[in-house]
Design a protein around this ligand. Structure first.
Ligand SMILES: C[S@@+](CC[C@H](N)C(=O)[O-])C[C@H]1O[C@@H](n2cnc3c(N)ncnc32)[C@H](O)[C@@H]1O
Length: 199
């Protein structure tokens, strides 16, 4: 990563903080970057682009010829992300999809070596089987915000919180009970799971 790219990442952190855009926490980013460096993926899939911060982190910590397909439903976020990828010199390695994540995953083709799930937690359980279909053998799946008691879940209205928590528990159970996934849960940040797809 060049000094210029590092400076742009700092600017993105400041922009996110100022504009209340939720981007990956420092603790979760450490887990993500470590998993990405270890896997050295060629093809990366992200659910939840926001302003492109975590997407950029993954591209800048994997092979120079790796590429990122990233999905988000927010036009303002994606416009900002496109601008940021461009400033970072990463535009030609990124395929941005503007759509609901479940609908986009149903249509997506190809195989991915590394997946970062960081969209709406209430949809993680619905995304998981679609993501698994898109995984190459030994692909790594990282999911952020998987703690049902920490982070933004506790800030939401009780009835919505219960529904989101139930869906999150469904996702966690699905990861743990899937014989094709070897998973490790981290209590860092808002909770992160790293799972390896063994086929
Ligand atoms: C936590 S933010 C992603 C942060 C980003 N991964 C990062 O760390 O830089 C979650 C993103 O999910 C997007 N999102 C919410 N609902 C969605 C949906 N149904 N389909 C796709 N994206 C969605 C939001 O617009 C938001 O940008």
């Amino acid at each position: 990563m060049t000094k210029k790219q590092q400076a742009i990442l700092y600017e993105m952190e400041a922009y996110a903080a100022m504009n209340n855009v939720p981007v990956i926490s420092k603790d979760s980013a450490e887990v993500l970057v470590k998993a990405c460096k270890e896997k050295a993926p060629k093809t990366i899939l992200e659910i939840g682009t926001a302003i492109g911060y975590s997407g950029a982190l993954m591209l800048l910590n994997s092979d120079k010829d790796s590429n990122l397909t990233t999905i988000d439903i927010s036009i303002p976020n994606l416009l900002e992300a496109k601008n940021n990828f461009s400033k970072l010199g990463l535009n030609d390695r990124v395929n941005i999809i503007l759509e609901d994540c479940v609908l986009a995953l149903q249509k997506l083709e190809g195989r991915f070596d590394f997946v970062f799930l960081d969209g709406p937690v209430a949809k993680y359980a619905d995304c998981l089987p679609l993501i698994i279909k898109l995984c190459s053998l030994e692909a790594v799946i990282v999911a952020d915000n998987v703690s049902v008691v920490k982070g933004r879940l506790i800030t939401q209205k009780p009835e919505r919180m219960k529904r989101v928590s139930d869906k999150l528990l469904e996702f966690i159970e699905a990861v743990k009970s899937n014989p094709s996934l070897k998973s490790e849960f981290y209590e860092t940040g808002d909770g992160v799971v790293v799972a390896r797809y063994t086929g």
